[in-house]
Design a protein around this ligand. Structure first.
Ligand code: B1M
Length: 210
């Protein structure tokens, strides 16, 4: 089995130690970091997304795979920076104000990172102004907001209004998700897209960035 194949299998199996060993071996064999990322880690996470959509993987499997991918990615990051590998895009992620649920947001962030996006994670209980400030300071192309409570969904709309008031609305695409969030709600508040789960969030981010 070659190095890329063993990284791919380790991520699919959610085996962080093997994913790290695979990345180390691939680097030692002088494989370029961007090839290890694309053909090893990202390829595996895209298969994980497919398996999730086919109901062959569920949230726990997706989480362990995402953690295995992240542990491999951590070893790769210094080499990627050196090689000047361009991220697929920059996304600011956060769970909205008043809401502490962050498991789904973290999973979506990991899948997006697995697809090659750079993630700026603002954490949970993120106020509208904090999203606005992050867009101003970090020049991200997308904001991803998560809400798990019906009572915090209005915070999504408040964030969009705050962006409009700051004259920043046309600078970013906005994607939203979380268990109580719907496509209709996304349209109602003027978000650019909604996705029901982590793997479709990757597709949505790609389509928002053209
Ligand atoms: Co809370 N909680 N909770 N809770 N909690 C829910 C959400 C609830 C549905 C439980 C219930 O009553 N059946 C209910 C909400 C009811 C409602 O508003 N409709 C609820 C409540 C009421 C509360 C408290 C108010 C309870 C209390 O204190 N009385 C309180 C609120 C605290 C607060 O936030 N201010 C509270 C607290 C907590 C804990 C802290 C104990 C804990 C959170 C720990 C944490 O996140 N660090 C917790 C948990 C774990 C849950 C449940 C059990 C599980 C949520 C979860 O992690 N799911 C939840 C019940 C449930 O959902 N069945 C519940 C797994 C996760 C992978 O899925 O987050 O849906 P999810 O994310 C998915 C998709 O939604 C989507 O992709 C993800 C992956 O597929 N997605 C996006 C999410 N964000 C996205 C963003 C995107 C795109 C897709 O683009 C940007």
């Amino acid at each position: 089995m070659d190095h890329l194949e063993s990284i791919y299998n380790a991520v699919l199996d959610g085996d962080a130690a093997s994913a790290q060993a695979g990345v180390k071996a691939a680097l030692a064999a002088n494989l370029p970091a961007d090839v290890i990322l694309k053909n090893g880690l990202i390829a595996a996470m895209s298969e994980v997304g497919r398996l999730f959509e086919e109901n062959e993987y569920f949230v726990p499997e997706m989480l362990v795979s995402a953690r295995a991918m992240q542990s491999g990615l951590a070893l790769l990051k210094p080499y990627l920076a050196e090689a000047g590998a361009e991220p697929a895009g920059k996304i600011i992620m956060g769970t909205v104000k008043g809401d502490l649920h962050d498991i789904g947001k973290n999973l979506v962030s990991m899948m997006l990172e697995g697809a090659g996006f750079e993630i700026i994670d603002l954490g949970s209980d993120v106020a509208p102004q904090a999203f606005v400030k992050a867009v101003q300071e970090r020049q991200a192309q997308v904001i991803g907001m998560s809400a798990l409570l019906t009572t915090t969904m209005p915070s999504m709309s408040a964030t969009i209004k705050a962006l409009e008031e700051a004259g920043m609305r046309d600078k970013v695409k906005i994607m939203i998700g979380g268990a109580p969030v719907t496509d209709g709600f996304a349209k109602q508040i003027g978000a650019d897209g909604f996705s029901p789960d982590a793997s479709s969030a990757v597709r949505l981010a790609k389509s928002l960035l053209g």
